[in-house]
Design a protein. Sequence first.
Length: 519
Amino acid sequence: MRHIRIFDTTLRDGEQSPGVALSVPQKLEIAHGLARLGVDIIEAGFPITSQGDFECVNRIAREVKGPVICALARTNKADIERAAEAIAPAEKRRIHVFTSASRVHLEYMLRKTPEEVLELSEAMVRYAKEFTDDVEFSAQDVMRADFDFVKRLYEVAIAAGATTINLPDTTGYGVPQEYGALIRRIRDEVVRGRDVHISVHCHDDLGMATANALAGVENGATQIECTINGIGERAGNTALEEVVMALYTRRDHYRAETRIHTREIYRMSRMVERYTGMVVQPNKAIVGDNAFAHESGIHQDGVIKNKETYEIMNAEIVGRQAAVLVLGKHSGRNAFRKALAELGFNLPEEQLQNLFLRFKEIADTKGALETDELRALVESESVNTPQLFSIEQLQFFSGYGMLPTATVRLKTPKGEVTTTAIGDGPVDAVYKAISEAIELQPELELYRVESVTGSTEALGEVTVKLRLGEVLTTGHGVSPDIIEASARAYLDAVNRFVAGQASKHPPSLDEVQAKGAAS
Ligand SMILES: CC(=O)SCCNC(=O)CCNC(=O)[C@H](O)C(C)(C)COP(=O)(O)OP(=O)(O)OC[C@H]1O[C@@H](n2cnc3c(N)ncnc32)[C@H](O)[C@@H]1OP(=O)(O)O
Ligand SMILES: CC(C)C(=O)C(=O)O
């Protein structure tokens, strides 16, 4: 298999992301991480940019062992000297000299003729060679440049000693077939079998950076320039994790391999996310939160039966936890049953079906449930208490300057009962309305409300203790709405009270209500 070099430019092009400025310790830690990841080349910075950037590249060159340490330089002597000085302590060092290729860059930005750019490029590659044998040459914006000029530029760069020629699609203008064809022509018409690496550097302005880089590999490139999480100027660069995993997962197709220790990928992604403050989108390939999660019932059912139904790679291979089944409104019974079994609940089928309906009802309004929320739901609903009283409807009003008022419609053994009450707050109003509907006046000994996972979006879990005469009963209720959870907890306690009496000497409801009313 062909070896593809991974040239990581997180610390140079990646740091050019608007709003990102990494400190020296952060860059050093990222560089050490990149060495552990197994990248071949680290582009550590652009030393002429600032004293801070110089020092950073210099410290990385001193301290980070393994990869080639590379510094960027424009086609001028001052840049090259600064780059050479910064990387001098490295065991393996590279200077990356760049110019521009497109007419618009030459005319408006460099304000030079093509002949001047050719001359300067040749002279500056030669100059960089005085400091290191390993010189890379790039001409920005090759996709929008005249091919004959691009060809001449890279020919002079190779003649001057460039050992790697990089073809940057600086503006992300290329499409895979076109970019691949450019790389092929460079291979056939410029490199012509010489010992020079062809490198790809693609930007993601049209969302094609990864596809373009891979098209380059298919057509002769042996180096990919990329960044962790695809960060970089504007829409970013080719994402390291994407090209590496594409080459690995589709090695049957590309017949090429990298030296990346893939199990380090996720850790690096999180480190770069944390230090740059650039949050990885949930649906980002390989490293996004959802990349190995399944929510819909049909997918979950398939994955439970055989992971290969919906997974082309294992999460573990990129250093993540095994794929997770997210329990939300799209989930099915098989995934629900499995999740409960993993939590240690093996419920009878009928109970599981009822619980599933309640779960769907909650997930429909709240979204996916976390493990602790699922556990709370099961614990509050799975105990086989006969539902003598249950909520049909619940409505309440409260607010500053208003009388808290609640109306409940309950299913009771006497049929549907609707009552309204005023209270000191919405929960008090609901409890008074329920008490009237069930014709019992329990004393509330304890009322506790908690957010199951500690966030405001979490399920609310309410625990109550009610005293009915001599008997103390506990009830639990969960719901995204804490007033509803409170009503459920109250009725749960009442139903348990009734069930507890029934297990000894079944009283009639009239007896229970008479007892409750008397207490
Ligand atoms: C596609 C890329 O990612 S390229 C790398 C981009 N990275 C950066 O720009 C890093 C941050 N940059 C900086 O700190 C500054 O721009 C510096 C230190 C590099 C230069 O700063 P200044 O000297 O103030 O120049 P300024 O940024 O205003 O303009 C850039 C100059 O570089 C010239 N230039 C641009 N590319 C090249 C090149 N490849 N070779 C030679 N000169 C170049 C421009 O023509 C312009 O020259 P001018 O001042 O004669 O008009
Ligand atoms: C310096 C070059 C390689 C670059 O970053 C670009 O053209 O995008």
